[in-house]
Design a protein around this ligand. Sequence first.
Ligand SMILES: [Zn+2]
Length: 328
Amino acid sequence: MALGALALTATTAALPVTAGAVEVGPADFTTSGFSAGSVAAQAAAARSVYVNADSNSADISAVQILLTAAGHATDVDGSYGPKTTAAVKAFQTKNGLEADGKVGPKTIAKLGPKVKEGAENSATKAVQRLLNKNGASLDVDGKFGPATKGAVVDLQKRAGLSADGVVGPDTWSYLFGPVVGGGGGGGDCGSVNGGVPQSATKVVSGTNIRVHDCWDGEIAKMVAAAKADGVTLTANSSWRSPDEQKALRNQNCPGATYQIRVYETPSSNCSPPTAKPGVSRHERGLAIDFANSSSHSTAVFKWLAANGAKYGAKNLPSEPWHWSIDGH
Ligand SMILES: [Zn+2]
């Protein structure tokens, strides 16, 4: 995580944190020791971000959208294959850049046009895709309306940039790469708070696992590594919509009324423990309940215990099947 580039000015929402392992709220994401001065100094320059085959699908998809808009058509599939590399090289050659096929700061500066409120174009689609990766919940419709502008302003504030709602070179550099404003938790995904829409998530290819865009690349690698060791990773549950979380609470938790069951009963009184709507890591796309991992003696659990941390997957000790970005 490029801590030096992150502007840790986001305030943590004062949501209730209830006792019970699966119910720790956003307040557990604490900010750490960067002074306002150092944030301002860092904000003076765009950060150095590189998009390549190891990047998350949101970054790669945004590059593909922008390449296509610039006349170098490539599939928008979130995968940095030969066609994308060739399109990047062609774009670089045309723009007087070194044609190395990698999208670094100089290429991003040329690739991202200035966009602002009122725009209706594919560049705005790329902006929306990247804002959602950074925690927004926008429709990716290419229309730069008030909601998109608000999300841009929010990102600019978190990055310590001038909060004018206009996407120029500096803002583009903060849209790509690690999620802006993280202060803890799980690496690049550290600032994802509350529920995220399905559009901010992705199904890991060849699996039934759907997770946030900040994590799907790592989970894809984890699934492949497990497969190479003869272990198949599939999910009983991964990303959940807020409605699905409410339905689970209604099903798993005691209480005379829907209101009590869904919103009031402590997580620990539910069977199994089920986080209140809004605080579950599942709603963030940052938790996976693995199939065939019901105990600590299963092959799946043992493999994850030995390898999961390499991919940002941490276990909630009371639930052998539940692995999340921070163990909650
Ligand atoms: Zn779970």
